[in-house]
Design a protein around this ligand. Structure first.
Ligand SMILES: CC(C)(COP(=O)(O)OP(=O)(O)OC[C@H]1O[C@@H](n2cnc3c(N)ncnc32)[C@H](O)[C@@H]1OP(=O)(O)O)[C@@H](O)C(=O)NCCC(=O)NCCS
Length: 325
């Protein structure tokens, strides 16, 4: 057996943080942000808002789209790097809130690649006969780890959740492949130093603002372009497809210049590249399932179409999935 996506849903909190709002918080401008990133606005959860609450709304929408009941779900996998609490997992909170009493639940932390890593875990477990239906999420409250005094990062990130319901299908349908790659040697490029075992919670950690995300933007940018293009090409070549077979290319929504550069390397026409980062910014693990969900709702991707999904994030991690919708 293989697995396929039978339902999709997304949720973004209503509160918007626009470029003009950021102009009042740090030394930046709407034109700089738009030109360098393509982002106009992002959605921000209320302070203390639980990641699992965003995930819950996206999950209910995906289950309704699939016509599947919470109790029919065998497995919940949440891709996130901004969990409700250090433990238990956000997936367990989601299971409780959803009433998915027959599911086992776990988080996967692969930062912005979290949804594709989670999709791969769920697909592999279904293929191994360890469940028939799975709920897979990318869900983040990035605003909880963003330093709103750092103009090089606070302009980029937003909050949101996207969910997919997977069900068994015949081999050759649905998820055709998942390719996952990591390079822990490049961890310093994007990281959040603490609190953790290396940098425990102390007044010093707080005064040095080490609980916030740090990023070397320029260096990260170069890796994102080459690695996303490489792993996308791997998905195509290993399945015997060319870029012309792909109905819609859905890249991680980090920066419009990264998306354009990857699209150019792959030779994919702009009208077959899905972009929605203008309204949401970079929502990390949530970016791909939000995009996929919107692409379906807008009729940009139809049953039988081939979709190529590509992610990149902290770790470093990067990944692709080739999917027959
Ligand atoms: C962060 C990013 C937008 C910065 O864009 P950039 O074109 O690389 O800009 P640079 O970092 O080279 O900075 C250029 C100048 O703009 C300044 N700058 C940085 N952020 C700014 C902001 N928000 N507003 C105005 N100026 C800013 C810098 O200080 C620098 O000034 P200097 O030349 O006087 O030193 C870009 O590097 C990026 O998107 N990187 C990848 C991020 C990413 O994908 N991360 C997540 C992966 S999941």
């Amino acid at each position: 057996m293989a697995s396929k996506i039978v339902g999709l849903g997304m949720h973004a909190p209503p509160k918007k943080l626009t470029n003009h709002d950021l102009e009042k918080m740090v030394e930046t401008s709407d034109s700089w942000i738009l030109e360098r990133t393509g982002i106009r606005s992002r959605r921000i959860a209320d302070p203390g808002g639980a990641n699992s609450d965003l995930a819950l709304i996206a999950s209910k929408r995906a289950l309704a789209d699939a016509g599947v009941r919470p109790e029919d779900i065998d497995l919940i996998v949440v891709g996130t790097c901004t969990a409700d609490m250090p433990l238990p997992s956000t997936a367990c909170f989601l299971q409780m809130k959803l009433g998915a009493r027959n599911a086992c639940a776990m988080d996967v932390n692969a930062a912005c690649s979290g949804f594709l890593y989670s999709l791969s875990v769920a697909d592999a477990l279904i293929r191994a006969g360890r469940g028939k239906k799975a709920l897979v999420l990318g869900s983040e409250v990035l605003s909880s780890i963003v330093d709103y005094t750092d103009r090089s990062t606070c302009i980029l990130f937003g909050d949101g959740a996207g969910a997919a319901v997977l069900a068994e299908c015949a081999e050759g349908e649905g998820i055709l492949s998942c390719h996952l790659q990591s390079d822990g040697g490049l961890w310093e490029l994007i990281h959040c130093p603490g609190p953790g075992t290396v940098n425990p919670l102390t007044p010093d950690l707080i005064s040095r603002r080490m609980m916030y995300l740090r990023m070397s933007g320029n260096e990260t940018f170069k890796h994102a372009v080459t690695k996303m293009a490489d792993v996308a090409m791997k998905a195509l070549s290993e399945n015997g497809f060319g870029i012309d077979d792909v109905a819609l290319f859905i890249p991680h929504q980090a920066n419009l210049r990264i998306i354009n550069a990857v699209g150019k390397r792959l030779g994919v026409p702009p009208d077959r590249v899905f972009v929605n980062l203008e309204q949401y910014g970079n929502t990390s693990a949530a970016s791909i399932p939000i995009a996929l969900s919107e692409a379906k709702a807008q009729g940009r991707i139809m049953p039988g179409d081939l979709a190529l999904l590509v992610a990149f994030g902290a770790g470093l991690t990067w990944a692709s999935a080739l999917i027959r919708m």
